[in-house]
Design a protein around this ligand. Structure first.
Ligand code: ASP
Length: 357
């Protein structure tokens, strides 16, 4: 009798712990990884990035609190980031060597493995919404260039003049990079005006990857992963790519399995870093595969791929991830990553540098 009572109470305690450990919803945000050290950011810049991360995480959380889907939360949060000139996505995106903003984005729904992505978009204000439209309103997974913008128009997605994406600081970054590479400086986009808050944009030139010196870049790609109260996960990523990219270069952000992946069987992942390595390691899918097939915890899987595999290849960057049980993780091998996480019953946590929890 006593034994049964003990067993019952142990079972109840275990259930209690499980209930506590499994939030109804969870959301993780990144605003790019790279050489981000305390000395690089002024107190104002530090504050501006933390405020932006807070605002975005809370926006996504509000969607989830109301019973909204992970997909809705991901899209709402990324739209805010795309409008924020602090980040390399939408307005504030980095420039190609020709002086254009060519935007990449992707989204994936873990409940049905539906996915959508776009590369080289130049007139659609919110590439994340276009990626979602590709997923939901077209028979395709990936559209590129003019055709992608053309599809956006058929879906009544807001179109802007390419100069809308212009920020002065990103242009200065382009000029520096082109000079360094000995390439000609193109004319500024017609109608270019300095963007709001341009002076706050983190202007460190990086050197995130000494081996890939010609791709030396800015950071500020954005991504969001979420788990909703229905138990579904979703992931999205949006970026301008790398400063002074040429020849129609496309990174990992719009590549399903590399920069973005989501499956209810394992997890949802969004990546940031030197895209070439993330493509070669299919980072996002690899993390999910380790969870699904090897039974690794979300954090262990993310660390395996970022701290071991990516680092061994001399790649750099990071990921955020969420699992269907509400576990959240991030991992990066750079000195910093703009990041935030929040879950049902758990306080918001915002970080930039490596030494923050
Ligand atoms: N992953 C992005 C790309 O390679 C850039 C970044 O995350 O900073 O296009």
């Amino acid at each position: 009798m006593r034994r049964i009572a003990v067993l019952v109470s142990v079972a109840v305690m275990a259930m209690g712990t499980a209930a506590q450990a499994q939030p109804k919803w969870a959301l993780v945000v990144h605003g790019g990884a790279g050489v981000i050290e305390k000395k690089d950011l002024s107190p104002e810049q530090d504050k501006a990035y933390r405020e932006a991360m807070t605002r975005v995480a809370n926006t996504g959380a509000d969607v989830l609190k109301k019973g909204g889907t992970a997909l809705d939360a991901v899209e709402a949060a990324i739209r805010l980031l795309e409008d924020d000139p602090l980040f390399n996505a939408g307005r504030g995106a980095v420039f190609t060597a020709e002086g254009r903003n060519e935007l990449d984005s992707s989204v994936m729904d873990g409940s049905n493995l539906m996915a959508g992505s776009v590369a080289g978009v130049t007139t659609t204000r919110h590439p994340i919404s276009l990626a979602r439209a590709v997923m939901e309103k077209s028979p395709h997974v990936m559209l590129m260039g003019k055709g992608a913008d053309e599809f956006a128009r058929t879906q009544n997605l807001e179109q802007v003049d390419p100069a809308f994406f212009y920020t002065e600081r990103r242009w200065q970054g382009l000029e520096r990079e082109l000079k360094r590479q000995g390439l000609p400086i193109p004319a500024k986009p017609v109608g270019a005006k300095p963007g709001a808050m341009a002076e706050l944009v983190h202007d460190e030139d990086g050197g995130r990857n000494a081996d890939l010196i010609d791709l030396k870049k800015k950071f500020g790609t954005v991504g969001v992963v979420a788990r909703d109260s229905h138990g579904n996960v979703a992931a999205g990523t949006s970026t301008g790519g790398t400063t002074a990219k040429r020849w129609g270069r496309v990174g990992d952000a719009p590549i399903i399995g590399a920069g973005t992946y989501a499956s209810n069987k394992s997890c949802a992942v969004s990546a940031t870093g030197t895209g070439e390595y993330f493509i070669r390691l299919t980072v996002a899918r690899e993390i999910c595969a380790l969870v699904e097939h090897k039974g690794l915890s979300l954090q262990a899987a993310a660390d395996q791929v970022i701290q071991k595999d990516l680092t061994a290849l001399k790649g750099d960057g990071g990921v955020i991830a969420v699992a269907p049980n509400g576990d959240m993780a991030w991992s990066y091998n750079t000195s910093g990553m703009y990041r935030a996480k929040i879950a049902d019953g758990q306080p918001l946590k915002v970080g930039i540098y490596k030494d923050e929890p």
